[in-house]
Design a protein around this ligand. Sequence first.
Ligand SMILES: Cc1cc2nc3c(=O)[nH]c(=O)nc-3n(C[C@H](O)[C@H](O)[C@H](O)COP(=O)(O)OP(=O)(O)OC[C@H]3O[C@@H](n4cnc5c(N)ncnc54)[C@H](O)[C@@H]3O)c2cc1C
Ligand code: FES
Length: 285
Amino acid sequence: MLLPPEAGAILPPMPTHDLQLALRHLRHLSPTQFVLELEGAEIAADSAPGQFVMTTVGGEGEPLLRRPMAIYRILRGDDGQATGFSLLVEVVGRGTAMLQQRQPGDVLSVLGPLGTAFQMPEPGAPAAEHLLIMGGVGSAPFPLLAENLLSEGHSVRAFIGARTAELLLCVEDFADLGVPVEISTDDGSRGHHGLVTEIVERYLNKSGGGPAVLYACGPLPMMRAVDSIARRVDLPLQVSFEAPMACGLGACLSCVIKMRDRDGWSYQRVCQEGPVFDSREVIWE
Ligand SMILES: Cc1cc2nc3c(=O)[nH]c(=O)nc-3n(C[C@H](O)[C@H](O)[C@H](O)COP(=O)(O)OP(=O)(O)OC[C@H]3O[C@@H](n4cnc5c(N)ncnc54)[C@H](O)[C@@H]3O)c2cc1C
Ligand code: FES
């Protein structure tokens, strides 16, 4: 069901659906991470990489507030048509713990797609390598972005960071897509022992400053560090924020961040003007 026109005053100018969706499948990746596969061909067909949905997490409308989750993968039938989509979730509190307990056949109330998508290269833009930089569950939007970039003939490389090897996400997604992956873990249990930003810097130094476009999503300190690197080497960077959200519709202002503008700065809503922003406009605090 498409939302009624009066909702358009607070919704972005795009098809946004408010649907009751059946859970098809829940796949556990680690004790705290899982993938939810949902019905929802309409949301899947209208989604672009970086956009998100607001979903209920429990039954009986409790808790009341929906939680924001990035669109992870589009699920397709044999004919290639979108039939649903999936979410990649990490348990951090009550809502995500409730979501982890849901069973196939359970129904979730899902609003989406919402927010801005990653900006794809303009047709005819000079060739560049697209470097996807992710930490923790910030990996969720990147396999879909990689898929779209690859389908338009672009070159993609992924840099994945996590606290420990068990918590690394999306390594197989990128392997299946044929995307080269570099890995770091805080404890050294897999890949580089240290921060994901260190492997990005090492790669940029080695690659000799060829044209590249950077994309980042993960914990705030990580994105701030990627922003510093991008400024130093003068490369464009799009960042996707996972700010806490109450409404997801632009009404409550619980998700605002400070952005530069012509008058100095203003607050912008991560759920409406974001979650994807040009990092040069963000005021990192
Ligand atoms: C656009 C967007 C996309 C997102 N995509 C994903 C995704 O794909 N997968 C995923 O697992 N999570 C994603 N998140 C984060 C997810 O929405 C939160 O982890 C979730 O709402 C927490 O709900 P909870 O009830 O489990 O935790 P709560 O009980 O609400 O909070 C538990 C703890 O987590 C902190 N917290 C809550 N929300 C956030 C947040 N957004 N960022 C940082 N800390 C937070 C709280 O301050 C508290 O310390 C996304 C957030 C946004 C805004
Ligand atoms: S979550 Fe309410 S304004 Fe963004």
